[in-house]
Design a binder for this molecule. Structure first.
Ligand code: SF4
Length: 321
């Protein structure tokens, strides 16, 4: 098992409701999550909208300040980084956003978009044009694209430019936040394969955030499932799909459409009722209890901790305590 590049310990992020001065309550977007991302792996992070996936990614990159908890990157506490050390961290850890339409400055050429972070980080390159052309080839574009503007490209091509901009800093770690969800289905596979190829070539480590379970399965070595700011299950991707344990994970997996009607009938379908509760006032005990078909009195009062129940398989549920 390779060592961890990122370690997150008891991470919390609460957003004030009604402003900092007249705070009426707190949105507990991330509420005490602990996990690690191993060097060279892709950790998938899944869950419904608003479960805290994107906030977790932003906290790891220090784009948001945590309310509590530790983030260790390559042996260093990210929350304490300042000045030069923080700048170096920003070079090594980067993000590719969901929407390639808004993440690129429409007034800049591709050359300037890719060179901008290189200039900010004062990275010396002998021949900037040659440097950018090389990057364009790495992401499936070429020199004819060098002096064009974002509006001249398709969504898939824009995402390739965004990936090239990130690669220009030769990062170790990338947060991929729904990187294909704004793209046509036909283009999604090309971008996913490009990301896999770049990972192999450069030994990159990814946190892959998505609500699309099929895509997460294709990309990830391990998968973490989040519900209302908490991690409820974490396991190797194959194990999670073949042997899901947490009732919420089972419900998520059973919601994937099965094309074969026979298989669909044979597949156990777990239905959860209702909407996820508000993260401002989350349920006591296990946060999933109002929607869980197995909930008991204990579940309503006591919160289950994430426990290893099999090899590298962790679950937070009283059914396995
Ligand atoms: Fe359901 Fe209880 Fe397990 Fe929560 S702890 S998922 S309510 S069985």
């Amino acid at each position: 098992m390779s060592e961890a590049l990122v370690r997150v310990d008891g991470l919390k992020k609460y957003f004030p409701v009604g402003g900092i001065i007249f705070t009426k309550g707190w949105v507990k977007a991330v509420d005490g999550v602990t996990f690690e991302i191993r060097k060279g792996e892709t950790l998938g992070l899944v869950g419904e909208s608003g479960c805290g996936k994107t906030t977790t990614g932003k906290l790891i990159l220090k784009l948001l300040k945590p309310t509590a908890g530790k983030i260790i990157f390559d042996g260093r506490d990210v929350t304490k980084l300042r000045g030069k050390a923080l700048k170096e961290f920003r070079r090594q850890a980067n993000i590719v956003f969901q929407d390639p339409y808004s993440s690129l400055d429409p007034r800049m050429t591709v050359f300037n978009i890719i060179m901008e972070p290189v200039r900010i980080h004062k990275i010396h390159v002998d021949d900037p044009e040659e440097f950018v052309i090389k990057l364009l080839y790495e992401v499936g574009l070429n020199e004819t694209h060098l002096y064009r503007y974002p509006h001249e490209f398709s969504g898939g091509q824009r995402q390739r430019i965004a990936i090239a901009r990130t690669l220009a800093l030769r990062p170790k770690f990338m947060v991929l936040d729904e990187p294909t969800s704004a793209l046509d289905v036909s283009v999604q596979a090309q971008i996913l394969n490009l990301l896999k190829d770049l990972q192999r070539r450069y030994g990159l480590t990814y946190l892959f955030i998505s609500h699309n379970l099929g895509v997460v399965k294709y990309m990830s070595n391990r998968i973490a499932v989040m519900y209302l700011g908490k991690l409820v299950e974490l396991a190797p991707a194959k194990e999670l799909f073949e042997n899901p344990m947490h009732p919420y994970t089972k419900a998520l997996l059973s919601s994937i459409p099965v094309p074969d009607p026979e298989l669909a009938r044979a597949k156990e379908r777990i239905k959860v009722t209702g909407e996820p509760p508000s993260p401002i006032n989350p349920p006591s005990g296990c946060r999933f209890h109002p929607r869980c078909p197995h909930a008991t009195e204990k579940c309503r009062h006591d919160e289950p901790a994430l426990k290893e129940v099999g090899k590298d398989h962790f679950v937070a549920c009283w059914l396995y305590a």
